[in-house]
Ligand binder design. Structure first.
Ligand SMILES: NC(=O)c1ccc[n+]([C@@H]2O[C@H](COP(=O)([O-])OP(=O)(O)OC[C@H]3O[C@@H](n4cnc5c(N)ncnc54)[C@H](OP(=O)(O)O)[C@@H]3O)[C@@H](O)[C@H]2O)c1
Length: 246
């Protein structure tokens, strides 16, 4: 087991990649806190994971009040954080022409501002040698139609992670980014079959990724195996970013 005794927080852990990572971290020996906006989603996740190593906190990361709720729970636990995974995101697919201010703000508040201030507020609780992880997206460096806001949120996250890696290195805290390609989560599987087929055929491996394949990348980066890895972006995308025929 590669995370024995580690205390991990996953912001946005009720479904998809965050949920699979919570399961995998627990299998690797960690205690895992997952957050989400809704009590019922957290309860459902807890029933599925069914392990005393799991804790849940209702915390909407798009608001400073939600972040404060998580900070309070961490403070009350008295346990330092070894792994912080900033994973929550919402996606809007609209052209620049169609995007409203509310849609713009919602994505930036969850995907960027929320993670920025979660990191800031939890800094005092990160132990020496902790691992901070961001879930970005291949979209950050692509220029896919109708993703201007979402892609910009992920590009911002990549830059925040790079600067954080430099600022936190003195405390031996490593900061890294994982950028998924198309992954078969609830979010993606809601799309029509032809869209799913298009996603699959846009990767070199000609398929969607599974959330568990992302979880394995997070375990690597969270563990001692990645002790000399910081400030980097790991693409876990089936070759999507560089696929010549998409
Ligand atoms: N799936 C893909 O193909 C893909 C590709 C590239 C990048 N990604 C990235 O991977 C990450 C996970 O995506 P996913 O596909 O696993 O999506 P998902 O199943 O929709 O999971 C998103 C998670 O974020 C939580 N969340 C959303 N807004 C939140 C908020 N304001 N406060 C707290 N939690 C919030 C959701 O919990 P509640 O709904 O319970 O609040 C849920 O646990 C995201 O950063 C996404 O951008 C995914």
């Amino acid at each position: 087991m590669r995370l024995t005794g580690k205390n991990a927080i996953i912001c946005g852990g009720t479904t998809g990649i965050g949920f699979a990572t919570a399961q995998t971290f627990i299998q690797e020996g960690a205690t895992v806190w997952i957050t989400g906006r809704k009590e019922e989603n957290l309860r459902a996740a807890a029933v599925k994971i069914n392990n005393p190593q799991l804790r849940t906190v209702v915390a909407d990361t798009s608001t400073l009040a939600g972040i404060a709720a998580l900070e309070q729970a961490v403070h009350d636990s008295g346990a330092p954080i070894d792994v912080l995974l900033l994973n929550a995101a919402i996606v809007g697919i609209q052209s620049i022409e169609q995007t409203t201010e509310a849609e713009f703000d919602a994505q930036f508040n969850t995907n960027v501002k929320g993670h920025y201030f979660t990191l800031q507020k939890l800094l005092p609780y990160l132990g020496e040698g902790a691992s901070v992880l961001f879930t970005s997206s291949g979209s950050a460096t692509a220029a896919t139609l109708n993703t201007s806001v979402y892609a910009a949120t992920k590009a911002a996250l990549n830059k925040i992670a790079q600067v954080a890696a430099n600022e936190l290195a003195g405390r031996k805290i490593r900061v890294n980014v994982v950028s998924p390609g198309p992954v078969a989560t609830e979010l993606v599987l809601a799309a029509p079959a032809e869209v799913l087929q298009h996603f699959a055929s846009s990767t070199a491996l000609q398929r969607l990724g599974q959330p568990e394949e992302l979880a394995k990348a997070f375990v690597f980066l969270a563990s001692e195996e990645a002790s000399f890895v910081t400030g980097t972006e790991l693409l876990v995308d089936g070759g999507w970013a560089n696929y010549a025929y998409k």
